[in-house]
Design a protein around this ligand. Structure first.
Ligand code: NAD
Length: 289
């Protein structure tokens, strides 16, 4: 297939490379020359003008920073410029309302579109082991599936348009809150004189067990190797966790859903980010407790 890929940053760079590896011809577009150069080194065909890049493709995939940029890119340079037969797939993490809005715009222009945000960070994007949560019709999901499968280990249909974004922010709100709770439990255990490895051995087999503890333990030297073992470098940046928590809070407000734990996690991550820790892995929040 001929696929246009827009947004070749930390995530998009590896994803586009995996589409090339799967045998697709990938038209690359990014505002940053360094991102474009890397895409060329990975076998993509560069385009200086996005409208030229999408002109004759079978699909458009985007991996962009936020909803405002996604709306601007699709309404300005994709809709009306790509062939109407092309399937549009936005993999960025954006607010549910913007995702639905862009899909409505695309549909009005005669296109089919899915929202397909990912779980998994830069390493998973490079390795082609992302999990995609997809919002769109059954038929559009079926068409999107093989394209996304070339970049991931799991492709799951979440529901209608916007459902992919909804699933993503609910999952990450749970992750943010569970990480803070996991950190608190370890710090309290320490104050109570427990050996932290012993507490891990007990809690990881008891009812407090969760992913933040057993797959991403925030305590150095306990559990599997995690960013905590590398002074909280790499992993999932605090700034990105905060972005997802803010999206979750906005969605909760729109939906009238009470989310007291998510709200508290958002406050704690906002303070940690404001103190200059946006680039650290989100498990580093344990340092504040
Ligand atoms: P990034 O900033 O590294 O990449 C974004 C790219 O988009 C940049 O190369 C930038 O130049 C380009 N860009 C911005 N505006 C553009 C425009 N108008 N036209 C073309 N290109 C444009 O960000 P990232 O870490 O790759 O994240 C991308 C998306 O993936 C975000 O929505 C993020 O929330 C989501 N995400 C990131 C991670 C992660 O661990 N980094 C994990 C899951 C989801």
């Amino acid at each position: 297939m001929k696929i246009a890929f827009i947004g070749l940053g930390n995530m998009g760079g590896g994803m586009a490379a995996n589409l090339v590896k799967a045998g697709h011809q990938v038209h690359a577009f990014d505002l940053a020359q360094a991102a474009l150069d890397r895409a060329v080194a990975n076998g993509c065909v560069p385009f200086a003008n996005m409208r030229d890049g999408v002109a004759d493709v079978d699909a458009v995939v985007s991996m962009l920073p936020n909803g405002a940029i996604v709306k601007a890119v699709y309404s300005g340079d994709v809709i009306g410029h790509a062939p109407t037969g092309a399937l549009l797939l936005d993999c960025s993490t954006i607010d549910v309302a913007s995702a639905r809005e862009v899909t409505v715009l695309a549909q009005a222009g005669g296109y089919r579109m899915v929202d397909a945000p990912v779980s998994g960070g830069i390493a998973a994007a490079n390795a082609g082991t992302l999990t995609f949560m997809v919002g769109g019709t059954e038929q559009d999901f079926a068409e999107a599936q093989p394209i996304l499968a070339a970049m991931g280990k799991a492709v799951i249909h979440a529901g209608e348009s916007g459902a992919g974004q909804a699933a993503k922010i609910c999952n990450n709100m749970l992750l943010g809150a569970s990480m803070v709770a996991t950190c608190e439990a370890f710090k309290l255990a320490e104050r109570l004189g427990l050996d932290l490895q012993t507490f891990y051995d007990i809690s990881s087999k008891a009812s407090g067990q969760c992913w933040s503890m057993t797959s991403y333990c925030p305590v150095p030297g306990v559990g599997p190797e995690t960013p905590a073992d590398h002074d909280y470098q790499g992993g999932f940046a605090t700034a990105l966790m905060l972005k997802d928590l803010k999206l979750a809070m906005a969605a909760a407000q729109d939906a009238g859903a009470p989310v007291p734990m998510g709200h508290r996690a958002e406050e704690l991550y906002a303070a940690f980010d404001a103190a200059g820790n946006g680039g650290m892995d989100f498990s580093a929040i344990i340092k504040t407790l």
